[in-house]
Design a binder for this molecule. Structure first.
Ligand SMILES: Cc1cc2nc3c(=O)[nH]c(=O)nc-3n(C[C@H](O)[C@H](O)[C@H](O)COP(=O)(O)OP(=O)(O)OC[C@H]3O[C@@H](n4cnc5c(N)ncnc54)[C@H](O)[C@@H]3O)c2cc1C
Length: 525
């Protein structure tokens, strides 16, 4: 993963002429933004003392400990637009004071013991794809902060084919986990857009949701058990598929974002690699009709693996098909995609019932081509943001969820808040939205925003983001459906869970991390 951009450098490509023309026609001439070479970035010096270094080195071995800038810089943050803009700074940049890579649960526990004793904050690091400031090297009341990288937790330690459960190391990336399962004919089916880089532990720590959530559920639906190392001891959670033994502690540690403990292994529901796959694309006359059609599908339980709907603006720009962005529109109205997986019989049944529901709700079939094109490019869109930022545009995404009955109101309010505040900063904007996660009672809303950089782009986006978050809270949405809270959404957590809810979270934190070393400044206000 690049330290200052998304993903694999080999897959990055410059913006197409079509996109550049589109940008100029909407925003006028934009200023190219330079980015420093890694060698020119000046990092805040490590604050660890020689005694800290000796104790941490003793915990993990010298080969798994580093204070080198080359190791600290890639763990200085995640991949939000704030993070990427910060990496462009020629001022001194903040970074963790060291990187430790424990190889066993015992080493994780030993690192935490050193950090409690020596008062060092700990930021767990998975794939580094956080988009909510979850990896910011915040020291809080501590003298120093380290990045605890889970990459050595990379095993498939158990596959129970009878129960269809696999125990996977927290540091396995999406592709590495799927490759290990595929060797035995199984898959997890968790495909967030960050799939290629994010990790099993990160998915659990952030309650991630993948593009196949309609068929296989969110990541938290897949979790059967968790192993968590805390400063106060080890938790092995999940004795039975379901239990009435009080509140489910797995739920408490899913989404805990490194503030309650280090997740080192996750036991997950898996399924045989599907034998068949089928695609169908759809056009709806407008977003409301399309949303009602998706609602009918989920409320009747017709079983697509993937179902998504782009609004009119996203459809107009062809954002659902990265190779065609800005080109001729596939259709007017709103485009939708469906994918079906399973045995041949399951695919036939699921496809036919879903198709009937979508046709009855006003959908028109566009055949399989747009859905195949979406699937082909589904992990590529994030590379575009790097080109947009380098060419003087602002670009970021944000997401929420609400009940079906409130979807239109929330979508309108967030769109309006983004457009109005960006206008105040001196730029017009393109605000697009899609639905990609549906439930019988509601759905997610995922916004992509493009504007022009004017003045300080960090301050500019902060203003728009604040307005969007305020609009989400004022209009019945959740502050996050799947990106998590981190440092960026933390100011809205008291509104999300209430003052008593915050006290409950703090009480749990006090039980498992009484000195507060774990990921300070994230999640819990
Ligand atoms: C381009 C792009 C596309 C994305 N698309 C999606 C999407 O489709 N769906 C989705 O849900 N998310 C998406 N995300 C968000 C991101 O990928 C998720 O939050 C991801 O689940 C984080 O996994 P990670 O391994 O990268 O964790 P990191 O980014 O390394 O960490 C995320 C947070 O979890 C904590 N953490 C990480 N590992 C552990 C652990 N083992 N134990 C305890 N705490 C830990 C960290 O301290 C941090 O607070 C996207 C992000 C980007 C940049």
């Amino acid at each position: 993963m690049k330290w200052n951009a998304w993903g694999d450098p080999a897959l990055a490509k410059p913006l197409s002429d079509r996109i550049l023309t589109l940008l100029t026609s909407v925003f006028g001439e934009l200023q190219h933004v330079d980015t420093p070479d890694a060698a020119d970035v000046v990092l805040r010096p490590s604050a660890l003392t020689p005694d800290d270094i000796a104790a941490l080195t003793a915990a993990v071995g010298a080969e798994n400990f580093s204070t080198a800038d080359a190791d600290r810089l890639p763990r200085a943050g995640g991949k939000s637009t704030f993070d990427l803009l910060r990496r462009k700074s020629r001022d001194v940049q903040d970074a963790p004071d060291a990187v430790v890579l424990p190889a066993t649960d015992e080493e994780v526990a030993a690192v935490l013991a050193v950090c409690v004793e020596r008062r060092i904050a700990v930021v767990p690091f998975g794939g580094g794809t956080s988009v909510t400031g979850g990896l910011e090297p915040i020291r809080g009341d501590f003298a120093a902060v380290i990045s605890l990288d889970l990459h050595h937790s990379d095993q498939l330690s158990k596959l129970d084919e009878v129960s269809r459960e696999a125990t996977l190391g927290a540091g396995l990336t999406g592709p590495a986990a799927e490759a290990l399962l595929a060797e035995q004919g199984y898959e997890l089916g968790h495909y967030p857009q960050s799939f290629r880089f994010a990790t099993i532990g990160g998915f659990a720590a952030t309650r991630s949701s993948g593009q196949d959530s309609a068929g296989f559920g969110r990541f938290d639906d897949m979790i059967r058990g968790l192993r968590v190392i805390t400063p106060e001891g080890v938790l092995d959670l999940g004795r039975a598929p379901k239990s009435a033994a009080g509140p489910d502690l797995r739920e408490l540690f899913s989404g805990s974002e490194g503030t309650f403990g280090i997740i080192t292994a996750v036991r997950l529901r898996v399924h045989p690699v599907p034998a068949e796959k089928r695609h169908e694309s759809w056009r709806f006359p407008d977003f409301a009709t399309g949303a009602a059609a998706l609602r009918a599908v989920t409320q009747n339980g017709t079983g697509p693996t993937v179902i998504r709907l782009s609004d009119e603006v996203e459809t107009g720009l062809n954002l659902a098909m990265t190779d065609k962005i800005g080109g001729d529109q596939v259709s007017g109205g709103c485009i939708g995609m469906t994918v079906f997986e399973g045995t041949a019989d399951q695919v036939n049944g699921r496809h036919e019932t879903t198709r009937a529901a979508l046709l009855a709700a006003g959908g028109e079939s566009l055949g399989d081509e747009p859905a195949l094109a979406w699937e082909h490019g589904r992990f590529d869109a994030p590379y575009l943001r790097d080109g947009l930022l380098a060419n003087g545009a602002l670009c970021e995404t944000l997401e929420t969820a609400t009940d079906w009955g409130n979807l239109d109101r929330l979508k309108g309010a967030v769109t309006q808040a983004l457009q109005a505040t960006l206008q105040e900063t001196g730029t017009g904007s393109i605000v697009m939205c899609h639905i990609s996660h549906i439930y019988p009672t509601g759905a997610s809303l995922y916004f992509t925003v493009i504007g022009a950089q004017r003045g300080d782009p960090i301050a500019q986006w902060q203003r728009a983001k604040n307005a969007a978050c305020d609009a989400i809270m004022a209009n019945g949405g959740t502050i996050t459906h799947h990106h998590a809270v981190g440092a960026d959404h933390r100011p809205w957590m008291d509104q999300e869970v209430g003052e008593l809810g915050v006290r409950v979270l703090r009480a749990v934190k006090a039980a498992v991390d009484p000195t507060g070393i774990l990921n300070p400044g994230k999640l819990i206000p």
